[in-house]
Design a protein. Structure first.
Length: 343
């Protein structure tokens, strides 16, 4: 990842006039990287004298509730006071964090598109970003958007500007988007960044405990049910999938974020190369895909589920029944393998 001097000068020019009204938005089903990068970037902008509103389309997972400043994030879906709409309408600039296309905002996208005068700045690490941004700080070779934000802050203000609260938020994103530092793009620069965050006073064991050891009993039982009853293995033991219907999730008092990480579990099996999770919603089925090695689930998601993401972590949607979705997945995996994409 290389942030150029041109990137920073353009950003510096955009931020130069004090007292501007900024909006930070992140993707539907916001995760640790979306929330962490938004909170940290908001604090930097406020420190420059700007007015900032952070907005997400729907609720973030309950195991992030402990993060400082998270209660200031406006949840568009439940915003009965219209704060989000007003902030977007009045915004001088809209910062788009941790997503590569406005369509990823789903219920919020129309409101964003309605403001045609605000400048749009992308700060992200997903592949194939859409055009239409006034400034794009897009680095697919970064492990997380939080690491991109850290690097931007370092180049723009110096790491001295990072407070303990910001460091905590940035670490949450770095930790969760790398699977606790187990996935791709684990560069020396990333670990140097972590060292700076530790110097700011964060407690890594506390953050880990707050995120990974704060689930409900229902989530634990749902996980057991999903693995024992719903995990299927195909393609000679190299591909897996799980599915959950709304009725099954209700049995375990499902809350936003409870299925986080389920799709990764099949990859702990020695021969496994690819895993999928199908989660039923009222109007569609959300498809999560994970892989290891050279198996490109970004390619798979784009080809078969009108989605995308990263090489080893991607997603999409299906608008047919669960039974039809699974049948389509099985056929697609077979075709994918015949084309040589499963090794």
């Amino acid at each position: 990842m290389k942030i150029t001097g041109e990137h920073i000068e353009k950003l510096r020019t955009l931020l130069a006039r004090p007292g501007q009204r900024f909006v930070i938005v992140s993707h539907t089903n916001p995760d640790g990287d979306a929330v962490g990068s938004s909170l940290a970037w908001a604090e930097i902008l406020r420190g420059m004298g700007h007015e900032v509103t952070c907005i997400v389309p729907n609720k973030y997972p309950y195991f992030l509730d402990w993060m400082e400043g998270i209660d200031e994030i406006v949840v568009f879906k439940t915003d009965t006071e219209g704060r989000a709409v007003r902030a977007i309408e009045e915004a001088d600039a809209i910062f788009c964090l941790d997503f590569n296309a406005v369509s990823r905002l789903e219920i919020l996208s129309e409101t964003i598109e309605a403001n045609t005068t605000a400048r749009r700045i992308l700060i992200d690490h997903h592949l194939s970003p859409d055009g239409g941004f006034d400034l794009a700080l897009s680095f697919p070779d970064s492990s997380s958007t939080c690491y991109v934000v850290y690097s931007v802050i370092e180049a723009l203000c110096g790491t001295e500007a990072i407070t303990r609260r910001m460091a905590e938020a940035l670490y949450v994103g770095m930790m969760t988007d790398t699977g606790n530092f187990a996935f791709s793009f684990l560069t020396p620069g990333l670990f140097r960044a972590v060292a700076v965050l530790v110097e700011r006073g964060i407690s890594i064991p506390t953050i880990h405990n707050n995120v990974y050891n704060a689930y409900t009993e229902g989530r634990a039982r749902l996980f057991g049910y999903a693995i024992n009853r719903k995990m299927e293995i195909i393609q000679d033991g190299t591909v897996a999938y799980m599915s959950l219907l709304e009725s099954e999730m209700r049995r375990f008092q499902f809350q936003q974020g409870d299925s986080e990480g389920f799709v990764n579990y099949a990859l702990t099996i020695k021969k496994m190369k690819m895993s999928a999770m199908f989660l039923a919603h009222r109007r569609f089925i959300r498809v999560s895909l994970r892989s290891r090695g050279d198996v490109d689930v970004n390619l798979f998601a784009r080809k078969y589920f009108n989605g995308g993401g990263h090489k080893n972590a991607a997603g999409g949607k299906s608008f047919v029944s669960m039974e039809e979705t699974i049948a389509h997945y099985i056929r697609s995996v077979k075709e994918f393998a015949e084309e040589g994409h499963l090794g």
